[in-house]
Design a protein around this ligand. Structure first.
Ligand SMILES: *Cc1c(COP(=O)(O)O)cnc(C)c1O
Length: 427
């Protein structure tokens, strides 16, 4: 047996905090992070060969399950011909065509290597297109770690944001306005005050970075209307929801058309891919056709394109999302019943393949609501399930994900583990 503590100790000697992305460090739940060596279908295996049913799915990309034979074959075959050229390949056209077929609101799409790059570039394009600087984002939504977006709400209503990390100049965040999610009235007020200065509104169409919070229809429609009236660009950040919640993503589910969309996670099927795209009139401003600069040495990397295309072909199969939704509904329904049986509070939000468990008595529609979830309870719940071979995100504020590789047997086993964990916590 290798101890995770020892591996983590060693990693920390060479890597800041031992991890390459902070949430992996298990700070919120305590203990050393699990070190994995293999994934197959719905399962991940740690370095000691312990098997877990996985509800993280690499934070979303693994929607067809880990190491799907078709995805792996596409990657291996492509890799045999070389890893990168920094010049056009037909694989980029193939993935772009597929993405545009799935997302009709986009006339063209530019590939990048992460969700952060996608949102950062979409915002630059929106600013370049409108000639305006101000942007609106919503509290609790995460759009990657670029400077303009690492902000927290200022002290007063409709004031400009403050940096949420040292190293981000206030000179930059002063152009960002942070408003409450699911609050159309506040949005209308902001547009009444600053309408002709606003370059864009960026939103997670289903929030997945304060656990899982669906939007009200009115909220999304108000964004659409305000942007149209003010000549601002509506950016739907579908990095998490894209190709996950509906066959046409969240914009298809809610039937609301953004001006620009951003993607990541599922679009690369586990490889580093992001993308942004939208209306021809706006995309025409992007270099090399237009003046707004954006570039990437590894953008459109052929191996990454192959993984993305194979994954999008699998999710395009008839009935894929019906199956994923049915499985998610089944698991959530089961969890609700078990919590009721143990007389413990829970509020569950879920949308096809994406879910959030909040340990609270109240409905959860905003960031403030999400903060009512009982973190101490979550820690016990987390470790109880980890011990029983169920792997959840090590934070109470991250959404959970299913894949279609999950079987009903896996879901029943998960429910049994939850039942036992709750009995333990109460006992
Ligand atoms: C994950 C995520 C990002 C950032 O993507 P990275 O690939 O981690 O840079 C941006 N927006 C949303 C909605 C996300 O969930």
């Amino acid at each position: 047996m290798v101890s995770f503590e020892a591996l983590y100790e060693e990693a920390q000697q060479y890597i800041p905090g031992g991890v390459n992305s902070p949430v992996r460090a298990f700070k919120q739940v305590g203990g050393a992070p699990v070190f994995f060596k293999k994934g197959e279908g719905a399962y991940v295996y740690d370095v000691n060969d312990k098997k877990y049913i996985d509800y993280v799915g690499s934070w979303g990309p693994m929607i067809v399950g880990h190491a799907h034979p078709k995805v792996i074959e596409a990657v291996v075959e492509t890799a045999k011909n070389g890893l990168s050229f920094g010049a056009p390949t037909v694989s980029e056209t193939a993935l772009a065509k597929k993405v545009l077929e799935i997302i009709p609101s986009m006339d063209s799409v530019r590939m990048v290597s992460s969700g952060t790059e996608a949102t950062m570039s979409a915002i630059r394009l929106a600013r370049g297109y409108t000639g305006r600087n101000k942007i609106i984002k919503f509290e609790g939504c995460y759009h990657g770690h670029s400077d303009s977006l690492l902000v927290k709400a200022g002290s007063g209503l409709l004031t400009f944001a403050e940096p949420s990390s040292p190293g981000v100049p206030a000179d930059l965040t002063q152009h960002t306005i942070v408003l409450e999610y699911n609050n159309p009235e506040e949005l209308k007020e902001a547009f009444a005050k600053y309408g002709d200065e606003i370059a864009c509104v960026i939103v997670e169409p289903i929030a997945g970075n304060m656990n899982c919070i669906p939007p009200s229809r009115e909220f999304l429609q108000t964004i659409r209307d305000c942007c149209t009236d003010a000549g601002a660009v509506f950016i739907m950040d579908e990095v998490m929801t894209g190709f996950r919640v509906h066959k046409h993503s969240a914009q298809g589910l809610f039937n609301i058309t953004p001006d620009l969309s951003t993607f990541g996670k599922v679009i690369g099927g586990g490889m580093p891919v992001g993308a942004f795209g939208g209306k021809a009139e706006i995309m025409a401003h992007l270099s090399p056709n237009g003046a707004v600069y954006q570039a990437g040495t590894l953008s459109g990397n052929p191996v990454a394109m192959a993984a993305g295309l194979a994954t999008l072909e699998l999710v395009s199969e008839e009935g894929f999302y019906d199956e994923l939704k049915a499985k998610t509904d089944y698991l959530m329904d089961g969890i609700a019943k078990i919590f009721a049986k143990h007389d413990l509070p829970i509020h569950i939000n879920h949308v096809c393949g994406m879910f959030g468990l909040f340990f609270t008595h109240q409905p959860v529609n905003t960031y403030k609501d999400a903060l009512t979830s009982d973190i101490e309870f979550f820690k016990q719940f987390y470790h109880g399930l980890l011990e029983r071979g169920i792997y959840l995100a090590p934070s109470a504020f991250e959404a959970g994900f299913l894949s279609n590789a999950h079987t009903y047997e896996d879901l029943d086993q998960t429910l049994k583990a939850i039942d036992e964990t709750l009995a333990d916590i109460k006992g």
